[in-house]
Design a protein around this ligand. Structure first.
Ligand SMILES: *Cc1c(COP(=O)(O)O)cnc(C)c1O
Length: 429
């Protein structure tokens, strides 16, 4: 057999060819097996390496912003009005447990979640506040509700009876909130059927109606007609319940937009979601409430290059270097939630100046340009590996805000903040 370069010993044994030259060498196999085995370092030593030193992108959450947003909102509520912190979807991407701690310290006394598992996470972290799942869970999950004291939203009699019987057979109560459909047509008992519905299920002694709520489809819209119709239906439903002798318990309907725009609809509780995280829920709410965004996405430069004029950058080479720029790479991409459709259209903040993201955003990395002709600070711009960059979040002089990012992506801030993936660690400051 002819000699091959680089110690190549041939392909793995195939079929009836039994020439030993065609097998991988023993030493190679042993080296392969050694992967994944601790050598030299202890597990404690390597586990102790900070997440921010493993990969240079992360999400910072400002706890004081969460608290500020709760306190500002509480000032607009009657003392008797409860504040539910809506911490579904891992607190809109901010981390449910830490947000729940901050919100509860500032006066939130109820938690809203979307799933049973989100409720369990709060219980396992030690929270004792009432927790409401904002939809009706599958019947098979009922034991989890009872075990963890998590309340469901109820709107079908099948679920209600099943829940009541499970509770009763264990000597427990079955507390719930009644979801009422006043026009959004997502979930809930139709507003003009609530008395009929409760009459059907109320024979069951274990059922305990803790609250009644609806949800608005257009509380953020400057056109208020649809909102007015929904609130009218809700009030009608509450009156009908009371007239029929039912105690509706905690009456609630306001999401963030409604809290600030329609103070008369606070009733016994408000459900604070997007404004808890510091985003204005409607185009006009900045006039009524000051909010501070809690989330900042940050990264450090991992590569700096001078790219000659007209050479391309990133997949597709849609961007060509104009010369006189440095191209810097940061380890954040669309797998981290930096949407690819934003390629070439957003700015980051680097040393208090706006820098343009350029080239297609990759799965795990993207690039931005530093214009060498612009003056950053007082000296010539000289980006270095390890320098910090604000990818998205509040900044005094640069617009790298989540709101701007959402507008450019033709979506809403909700989707942007939930979209930052768990691959980026959350840090609380
Ligand atoms: C998500 C949600 C909220 C919070 O809405 P925001 O607009 O984020 O304030 C309130 N109520 C229900 C039923 C929800 O699903």
């Amino acid at each position: 057999m002819d000699d091959l370069p680089n110690g190549f010993t041939g392909f793995a044994n195939r079929g009836n060819q039994s020439n030993s030259n065609y097998q991988y060498s023993r030493s190679y196999t042993e080296r392969e097996q050694a992967h994944g085995v601790a050598q030299g370092y202890t597990k404690e030593e390597v586990d102790g390496i900070d997440e921010r030193d493993r990969r240079w992108s992360w999400v910072e959450i400002d706890r004081s912003a969460i608290q500020y947003n709760v306190l500002q909102t509480k000032r607009m509520l009657e003392n008797s009005c409860r504040l539910m912190a809506v911490v579904k979807a891992d607190a809109y991407g901010h981390g449910a447990v830490e947000v729940a701690k901050a919100a509860s310290a500032a006066g939130a006394s109820y938690f809203g979640v979307a799933t049973i598992n989100e409720g369990i996470e709060l219980r396992e972290a030690g929270f004792r506040e009432p927790i409401l799942v904002l939809s009706e869970p599958p019947q098979k999950a009922i034991p989890l509700l009872l075990f963890y004291s998590i309340m469901p939203s109820v709107y079908t009699s099948d679920f209600a009876i099943c829940y009541a019987e499970a509770a009763d057979s264990h000597g427990m109560k079955a507390p719930y909130h009644l979801a009422i459909n006043t026009g959004m047509n997502r979930i809930g008992v139709r507003f003009d059927h609530v008395v009929e519905f409760l009459s059907q299920i109320s024979f069951h002694r274990a059922l305990e109606l803790v609250g009644c709520f609806t949800h608005f489809a257009t509380a953020d819209s400057l056109e208020t007609l649809d909102f007015q119709i929904q609130i009218k239906h809700f009030v009608e439903a509450m009156r009908a319940l009371e007239a029929a002798g039912f105690d509706p318990g905690i009456v609630h309907c306001d999401n963030s937009a409604a809290i600030y725009r329609f103070p008369k609809t606070h009733f016994d509780m408000v459900r604070m979601g997007i404004s808890l995280y510091g985003y204005q829920p409607a185009p006009d709410t900045h006039r009524f409430i000051d909010l501070r965004p809690a989330m900042s996405v940050k990264a450090r430069i991992t590569n700096v290059m001078t790219v000659p004029m007209s050479e391309g950058v990133s997949y597709g080479m849609n961007y060509r270097s104009p010369g006189s720029v440095k191209i810097c790479t940061v380890p954040i991409g669309y797998a981290d939630g930096l949407m690819r459709l934003l390629s070439g259209s957003i700015d980051f903040a680097y040393k208090d100046r706006a820098v343009h993201q350029v080239g297609n955003i990759c799965m795990d990395q993207c690039m931005f340009e530093v214009d060498l002709r612009s003056r950053i600070g007082y000296g010539k711009p000289d980006p270095q590996i390890g320098d910090e960059v604000l990818i998205a979040g509040p900044h005094a002089t640069v617009d790298a805000s989540i709101d701007t990012m959402a507008r450019k992506a033709a979506t809403i801030p909700y989707e942007i903040i939930c979209g930052f993936s768990r691959r980026m660690p959350r840090f609380y400051v």
